[in-house]
Design a protein around this ligand. Structure first.
Ligand SMILES: Cc1cc2nc3c(=O)[nH]c(=O)nc-3n(C[C@H](O)[C@H](O)[C@H](O)COP(=O)(O)OP(=O)(O)OC[C@H]3O[C@@H](n4cnc5c(N)ncnc54)[C@H](O)[C@@H]3O)c2cc1C
Length: 472
């Protein structure tokens, strides 16, 4: 009889819990050590709560943006008020729903893991060499776990800017916003990456006056430039103040206000400030380097495409590796680690096929090679961009902003990437994602039926536009 492989996973977020399920399915004896709650930051404080908050914001925006055009009015009984929507948000109800939903999902995941035979330990893990984990349990006792292999999936924590430390009341990081009982009157969001842009858009939709402080030329510096331009335009049109090339130096609490000082000497005053200036990996003080795991200068764990670290038998997945800060990538890295560790069929991680989404309104979804990569000469590709304003369904729904973009190889017409800027772009990108993953040509994409009228019709149309007679 082959001996059972003992696997210990430190960190129970998507990197950890998805791996645990795969390892249990493959017959391993699996223990997960998690200090804050199964599901990790993704479920309890980051991904799930923010998207639940955004679900409310989305309803508010679509109503505010289109009710006039679509012929809807709100009658509060007062003559002459029909132009003023009387729709508002009760943040207490919203935040209660957010936290309950996150907690329920954490319980669901924990139950699923137990059903699969995984042992869950509530506590903090550290490595004692490459084959042993010491867990300090919540009751203060220690448990030593011998392992044939270890997976580290400890995630990351919001970066704190010195001089702008969150107080949890008015100066907040993204984990603390769900404790707010009232909507911020004037919210200053520092940081215009994905997290900053998502929260800025959401709070504006909920009714806050929002200023977004960006150190770069435009919002979302890491995203498709055309998409970022559309979003910045929409933000401004809805009344957001977007301050570009503005670096926040300090944030000070003054009674019921916050003062944000910028590097150029300007000051901004608001009722609350949300700091969204990136994250640092949870890798210090847990015996990683002592076990032979190489940490980069940033503190991230160096891994290869099958999630191996530099220590034999120690794997790592998710935000602690700094490969791609997405729950889906964390989960994929974790599963790959288990397949490799347990001798199953394994395909190395392929970042070229990752689909990602910015949950703003409109959403920005991308997959495969980017416009920047094409312009930098990393790949030769033809591009087509179609505005949604010409799509019949968009016209019917009063959608004026957004586009679809498709990239294909010049010779073969194989789809290598795409961008969708639209409501629910996160759903529409799946067609591009399938095309990229399965190496479909633009002609194959164009030949599949789409519903008329539908936003996905624009993706088929983009593929048709990329048809070249000389390829036939
Ligand atoms: C606001 C926000 C919104 C996001 N939205 C999305 C989204 O919509 N889609 C998406 O794909 N991604 C999203 N992300 C990114 C996503 O949340 C992360 O990529 C994902 O959480 C990474 O998973 P992980 O398993 O690496 O880490 P985590 O989810 O951070 O889980 C790690 C867990 O390990 C625990 N831990 C740490 N150290 C120890 C230790 N020593 N012992 C025991 N336990 C430990 C931590 O407490 C944590 O619970 C978002 C991120 C943020 C900040």
């Amino acid at each position: 009889m082959t001996p059972v492989t003992r696997i210990v996973i430190v960190g129970g977020g998507p990197g950890g819990y998805e791996s645990a399920l795969v390892a249990a399915q493959l017959g391993a004896e699996v223990t997960v050590v998690e200090r804050d709650g199964v599901g990790g930051a993704a479920v309890l404080t980051d991904c799930v709560p923010s998207k639940t908050l955004i679900a409310t914001a989305e309803v508010m925006t679509s109503f505010a943006d289109s009710h006039h055009e679509l012929g809807i009015y709100v009658d509060d009984g007062t003559p002459g008020t029909l132009d003023r929507p009387i729709v508002g948000v009760d943040l207490n109800v919203v935040n209660k729903r957010v936290l309950e939903l996150a907690q329920a999902q954490s319980v669901d995941i924990a139950n699923g893991l137990r059903r699969a035979g995984v042992t869950l330990l509530s506590g903090t893990g550290r490595l004692d060499g490459p084959r042993r984990v010491v867990a300090t349990l919540d009751d203060g006792t220690e448990q030593t776990l011998e392992a044939d292999a270890i997976l580290v999936s400890t995630g990351a924590t919001p970066r704190v800017l010195p001089g702008a430390e969150p107080d949890g009341e008015r100066v907040l990081d993204w984990k603390q916003v769900y404790g707010l009982t009232e909507l911020p009157r004037e919210l200053i969001v520092v940081g215009s990456g994905v997290t900053g842009a998502e929260f800025a858009g959401a709070y504006q939709a909920l009714g806050s006056k929002v200023t977004l402080v960006s150190s770069r030329d435009r919002v979302l510096p890491g995203e498709d430039p055309d998409a970022a331009e559309v979003l910045e335009g929409v933000f401004k049109r809805r009344g957001m103040r977007v301050m570009s090339r503005s670096r926040a130096q300090s944030v000070e609490r003054c009674g019921d206000s916050v003062i944000v000082r910028l590097a150029d000497g300007q000051t901004l005053e608001g009722s609350h400030c949300l700091m969204a200036v990136g994250a640092v990996p949870n890798t210090s003080g847990m015996g990683l380097e002592e076990a032979g795991v190489f940490l980069k200068e940033s503190g991230h764990i160096r891994v290869d495409r099958v999630s191996r670290t530099t220590a034999n038998g120690v794997y790592a997945a998710g935000d602690c590796t700094g490969v791609f800060a997405l729950a889906s990538v964390a989960a994929m890295q974790g599963r790959i680690a288990m397949y490799h560790m347990l001798g199953d069929a394994v395909s190395p991680l392929d970042l070229k096929a990752v689909a990602s989404n910015v949950f703003t309104d409109p959403e920005i979804a991308t997959c495969g090679y980017s416009q920047a990569a094409i312009e930098a000469g990393e790949i030769d590709a033809h591009t087509v961009k179609l505005p949604l304003s010409r799509n019949p369904r968009a016209k019917m729904q009063g959608i004026h902003d957004g586009f679809v973009k498709l990239f294909c190889r010049p010779g073969t017409g194989i789809v290598v990437g795409g961008v969708v800027v639209a409501p629910r772009a996160s759903e529409l990108i799946h067609a591009v994602s399938l095309a990229v993953d399965l190496h479909l040509t633009v002609d194959q994409v164009a030949s599949a039926f789409t519903v008329y009228p539908s936003l996905s019709g624009s993706l088929a149309e983009a593929a048709r536009r990329l048809h070249r007679r000389d390829r036939v």
